[in-house]
Write a protein that binds this ligand. Sequence first.
Ligand code: ATP
Ligand code: MG
Length: 555
Amino acid sequence: MEEKEVVSKNFIEQIIEKDLEEGVYDHITTRFPPEPNGYLHIGHAKSILLNYGLAKKYNGKFNMRFDDTNPTKEKVEFVEAIKNDIAWLGADWEDRLFFASDYFEDMYEAAVKLIKKGKAYVCDLSADEIREYRGTLTEPGRISPYRNRSVEENLKLFEDMKNGIYADGEKVLRAKIDMASPNINMRDPVIYRVAHMTHHNTGDKWCVYPMYDFAHPIEDAIEGVTHSICTLEFEDHRPLYDWVVRELEYPMPPKQIEFAKLYLTNVVTGKRYIKKLVEDGIVDGWDDPRLVSISALRRRGFTPESIRNFVELCGVSKANSSVDYAMLEYCIREDLKLKKSRVMAVLDPVKLVIDNYPQDMVEYLDADNNQENPELGSRKLPFGRELYIEREDFMEEPPKKYFRLFPGNEVRLMNAYFVKCTHCVKDENGKVIEVHCTYDPATKSGLGFTERKVKGTIHWVSAKEAIKAEVRLYENIIDEEKGKLNEDGTLNLNPNSLTVLKECFIEPSLAGAEAYDSFQFVRNGYFCVDSKDSQKEHLVFNRIVSLKSSFKIEK
Ligand code: ATP
Ligand code: MG
């Protein structure tokens, strides 16, 4: 039987392929159009990678466009941050970088064209009156008393608006469509407003600014965008989008396609909430590793590959839903598993003294960097009489099935020897400060010792050579099980979202670790050098993710 290759295509790909087949377009152009009014987050990453991926797949073009038509909220500082994030994700816009504000002249001309066609009019109703006249879902709107102004009068008034004769809100330009339309967006929407404001790009040149629903289709059409992909909340605006490109008679009108936003559980994405967390000092800026802005994910230690893979797994859909944060964790684990060295770091140290090991002797033991990937090579580990081990790897009175150190029990020290616990030493409060043991030289790792077996293997670092480091552990910033919001509308924050450990000991091979370097700390997870706070003399590591997860992907 002949095998057929089954390739499932998402609904956007199906639309594009049909358009290309039928010759609606002879190539495709997509775009990512952020407003430079904040930092990008994981949801934006989905949009970026979707648009960029489609352009690549169909040999088309990908435009990077700042949608900077609203002077009130936008700032130049965000432009650079956004460019940086998109480049990091691997979406290459080449020389196709655009600013919507460069089209203000075209947009103004487009508005004049509509007026001349009798399709737009200047209206003197106030914002409140316009709202009141607009009607509701069950009631049609009422016609503005200014709707039947002549073309000449409209041209004159619109020019006066542009020339700064009117105050903010005194007059607007509205599209003349249909006050009885069941779609409220079509009830003579405002397309231009007066706003005496300084724009970050055009300065004080303009005091009229286009509204989003008018500006966006024009931006797309000017750039030759074919498929203008946006999120579901714009579905009801599509008739207006189509109206604008039709009435302006663009030869190859773009089409709008909507998909569902990406939502993640247990995190915060809303700008308003994040801003408050930053201002209240609850998080350390927009790139705090507990957030899911792209800069925060980068700082935490996520890789572009892991995010690309995550977005791929999420797929493209028409129905809103939330994706489990654990899926993002799964993707980063999978990405780092074979790429990163597995090293030893003790996060909650207690001293282990090997009483029968020579006093000042140091041995260098061989350790594979990654047992599953020999290409990463090996390293030498200093070993001596005094080590640090995890406090939880010793118990004076162990419960059943505890196979680590307790008096009389023998364990394997990873990459080293078997050691047998003899006793411990406590301080005056009863806290264990030293664990004592003896070692058996015949059990050295790599020598093929088989006479006895032990059930537990623990990690360690040499007390003398280890480097002290700070380690930050994270939990979800919100625990959704208990509800995302409190009754008063504030975020229901997890008080344990950050744990700072200042007295950790890491093996000396990590001495030169630099910002964004990442490693597996055996048994403890994947860690990344913090790009903000880590210094040569004071290394700081962020836990990217622990090693285990309940999350499984069917392969
Ligand atoms: P937010 O309010 O969450 O910051 P936004 O829609 O105001 O988002 P824009 O800068 O206007 O941010 O968005 C740029 C592009 O990113 C738009 O095409 C938008 O549809 C898309 N986008 C925004 N949020 C998401 C999301 N959660 N999932 C997928 N795409 C998104
Ligand atoms: Mg927006």
